[in-house]
Write a protein that binds this ligand. Structure first.
Ligand SMILES: *[C@@H]1O[C@H](CO)[C@@H](O)[C@H](O)[C@H]1NC(C)=O
Ligand SMILES: *[C@@H]1O[C@H](CO)[C@@H](O)[C@H](O)[C@H]1NC(C)=O
Ligand SMILES: *[C@@H]1O[C@H](CO)[C@@H](O)[C@H](O)[C@H]1NC(C)=O
Length: 427
């Protein structure tokens, strides 16, 4: 009996010891696990820290857009963006020469919008903001012949990432001039309809043509600015533009920038060419020695009806605010061709730029997408289409089409032309 008891006690002791031992080893294990767990956490933190710093680097330019983009106080955000931007954004530009300091130029986005065009214009403005201006916050100036409804003003203000101003066009600059020869105008209108000239009978087109030839640069609200980018209702920007085009114009001493050029209707430009030739002959001293007159001539030295599109135009006001332009536009106005005929401001600007500017002051903007019926401009290289996130197909590009005048410009400037891709449109 005693033996049995003492045996059991012994067993119990042993069991107890065993359990304690086991417990100890469990603790030990737990400790080990804890220690190993500590190692894991430490590594995880390093990984989290590294990925955070990487993502912050990429996210900052966009944070800036939201933090600073819409409240008008741009300084901090702009500097931050440009500081980061220098690393990877600007290196994309193919003809760079951007200065070290990234101050903005005195540029303005300029639109002339009749009230009934507001619905088209709001889309245009949105694409312009999203593709370009949201990163640069240039001012807008919207001119019209009438004041807009308060509700529409609020919507437009909401879209602008920079300052936005609305201006009235003085009535005598935009309305039908009272001295127009109405009979002559109506006779020409019928003739243009027969010849299927677009906007043959449009008074609004005539009003805008005259305004953009003779008056726009004199508007009081445009006086603080050195450069403008004309943004027409109906135009759509198709690619991202990730550099400051106004600074580009300024840093490279460019005066007139264009994206497209085409042959146009004889009926509306031949008369304009005739009177311009006369003006040139009467004032030969005004002609620039390094001009690009050949852009508007063919092999036989005849007028070829080539014009740069001004529905997309980035130019310096220097081109217009001078005695030469004043003399030329006053002469055109005296002949009343804007209403009697249908002289386009496209051609007025083209003729002035090719005759009176140094050819080096002109610039063709590449790698940008632009839609203005019936023309669509689209980069033709796949890597540019992807890089600039273009919403267009290379096969729709008009730039290198045989009816385009851009190849002739490249030839005259000794630049390398590109072969057209196969075309869906334009015949
Ligand atoms: C402004 O232009 C539109 C379109 O041509 C016209 O219908 C309207 O009457 C003009 N408004 C004024 C005040 O002249
Ligand atoms: C632009 O013109 C200025 C002043 O004439 C000159 O100093 C500068 O080198 C020119 N820049 C370019 C890129 O031609
Ligand atoms: C332009 O001048 C040419 C040659 O002098 C003439 O044949 C033509 O009729 C003129 N065109 C217009 C529209 O005035």
């Amino acid at each position: 009996m005693e033996d049995q008891i003492s045996k059991r006690n012994k067993e119990t002791r042993i069991m107890k010891e065993d359990i304690e031992k086991n417990d100890l080893s469990k603790d030990d294990k737990r400790n080990k696990i804890k220690r190993r767990g500590g190692m894991k956490k430490y590594q995880r933190w390093i990984i989290i820290l590294i990925s955070l710093s990487i993502s912050i680097f990429f996210v900052i330019p966009y944070i800036k857009t939201f933090t600073f983009g819409f409240n008008g106080k741009m300084e901090e955000g702009k500097r931050l963006h440009h500081w980061i931007g220098r690393g990877y954004k600007y290196q994309r530009v193919e003809d760079p020469i951007l200065n070290e300091d990234h101050d903005k130029a005195k540029g303005v986005l300029l639109s002339v919008v009749f009230p009934h065009e507001l619905n088209k214009f709001i889309r245009t403005m949105q694409t312009m903001e999203d593709s370009f201006n949201v990163n640069f916050n240039y001012d807008w100036l919207i001119l019209s012949n009438e004041t807009f409804h308060q509700r529409d003003l609020t919507t437009l203000r909401g879209l602008a990432s920079g300052k936005i101003q609305f201006g009235l066009i003085p009535e005598d600059e935009i309305r039908y001039p009272t001295n127009t020869d109405k009979k002559k105008m109506e006779k020409n209108m019928e003739k243009f309809v027969d010849k299927k000239v677009p906007f043959a009978k449009s008074m609004e087109m005539r009003q805008k043509n005259r305004y953009f030839s003779k008056f726009f640069y004199k508007h009081a609200l445009l006086q603080p600015y050195d450069y403008f980018w004309r943004v027409d209702p109906d135009a759509v920007i198709l690619c991202k533009i990730d550099y400051d085009v106004f600074r580009f114009m300024k840093d490279n001493n460019k005066t007139f920038g264009f994206i497209s050029g085409s042959h146009t209707y004889a009926e509306v430009v031949d008369g304009l060419w005739n009177v311009t030739s006369k003006f040139m002959n009467n004032h030969p001293q005004l002609i620039n020695k390094n001009n690009l007159i050949k852009f508007v001539k063919n092999d036989k030295d005849e007028f070829n009806r080539c014009q740069f599109l001004t529905n997309w135009e980035i130019a310096s006001f220097k081109m217009f605010r001078n005695d030469k332009y004043e003399a030329y536009s006053a002469y055109l106005e005296s002949l009343q061709g804007f209403f009697n005929e249908l002289w386009p401001d496209n051609m007025v600007h083209t003729l002035f730029a090719s005759i009176y500017l140094d050819r080096e002051e002109l610039y063709h903007f590449k790698n940008m997408g632009f839609d203005y019926n019936p023309f669509r401009i689209c980069p033709i290289e796949n890597e540019i289409l992807a890089r600039e996130r273009c919403g267009c197909f290379a096969t729709d590009d008009f730039t290198w089409h045989r009816l385009s005048c851009i190849p002739q410009y490249y030839e005259l400037m000794g630049l390398t032309k590109k072969a057209p891709v196969s075309h869906n449109n334009y015949g």
